[in-house]
Design a binder for this molecule. Sequence first.
Ligand code: D5M
Ligand code: FE
Ligand code: ZN
Length: 494
Amino acid sequence: MHERLLDALAKRGALADPAAAEYLARSPDPVEALERVFAKLDIMPLVLTMDDILRVQGALRPPAAIATTAIPALSSAIAVASVPPTKLRTVARADDVAVDFSVVRDITGKSTCEGTLGDFSRYFANRLEAIGKLLRARRELVGATDIARARRLTREVRFIGMVADVRTSRKGDRILEVEDATDTVPVFIAQGTDLFRDPVLPDEVIGVIGRPTEKGLVIAEQIVRPDVLTGRAFPTTKEGVSVAFVSDIHVGSKTFLGERWEAFSRWMNADDAVAKSIKYLVCAGDVVDGIGVYPRQEEELTIDDVYAQYEELARLLAAMPDHVNVIVLPGNHDAVRPAEPQPALPQNVQNLFDSNTKFVGNPCAFTLHGVRILAYHGRSMDDFVYSLPGMSYARPIDTMREMLRRRHLAPVYGGKTPIAPEAEDHLVIDEVPDVFVAGHVHAVGMDEYKGVKMINASAWQSQTVYQKMHNIEPTPARVPILSLGTGRGVIKEF
Ligand code: D5M
Ligand code: FE
Ligand code: ZN
């Protein structure tokens, strides 16, 4: 193929299928022809196909059933991918590539918690230790002391602790009780300041830089979060296969969108370059509707036996192409303990599925061809929306960014998210992932935060009675697809 065409494609982080590449290479000035196509495309496809070229030339209308949508943030964030500038990877066919899946962190088979008082204190000590370690690596916190010592000092102090309580003073200022193993100290945040506009959640672990007062308070000058430190480059893989993300299938519910799932399943089996590149399908929890999850749920079910719900899901997944490997984590509707971290679905459920389906816990960190993926159902989004001003069920990506800033999936203990006090806090984001995927709120989203691709995987359930009552408008039947070859993503609607 034409050298300069290869360079031009690679520079844009683009892939072209063989027919499109050959067509462009045959034009008098391939690079100019490519630029003309790109200029006319309103969204950047994962793979440039002949259909795209013909469409921009006005010869073909886009197929109506499967529209590719890109959200505004996507075009600026995800589409600007880090791709080695010199070589083009043509899009891989998933059936040509061997599986490369490996679990890095998962509670399954490792749960030790019995819910004793000792468990609780050990759990919080581990959270403070794990996030404290990340904070101590921050330049701002060099020389941080423990809280007992900080309380005796009169100059500027720096310390790390867990927020035991957040309250508002009579005058409207905010006071945090910050605690470590040595002592507790009230930290004052004056209303009207920038600090005040970035609320702190109960039980999060923070660094504080401030000045002690004679009354024993510390006036906060800076709150330091562990955060994601630098912009990371996506570790593009040579295999170049893609991953599709779904969530909240809710099989068994009257509002399960069976026809739209069938459209997705047909497309997965169709002769389409993107579909054929999909090697993995990640299902981020609530894969069935379950039974007894909320009062009078039986009135909203078409299948009222949870085992039969999983059987139906197994049938739906068996219709996917053989080369697709499915990774299933549980959510709050699934048949495992609701307290997080949740272990993988039980063996008797796993036995219903073929060997291409892998079961992991919630959350789970795993790698696909070396790309690190953190998958979490996302129950704690309920706490973020409830506790943080500005968060919304319609924009799950905002809550996911807040989780990354805090390096914790569910900071609030005793809120809407049940948490099991395991010896190790599995909800700490100890390693920054390349991809962070969640679901739960039934709203699709895709964006990037400091190099981490954030994906909310939509749902296959139309608006439920509960959601109608609370004015939650879902955006179901959208599938985010990410290329491991380029780090670029698209969202397809079915
Ligand atoms: O939750 C789907 C969505 O509906 C998610 O945004 C939470 C919201 N939801 C549903 N039921 C409740 C209750 N009982 N409390 C708070 N929020 C709720 P799903 O996990 O699929 O039921
Ligand atoms: Fe759900
Ligand atoms: Zn859920």
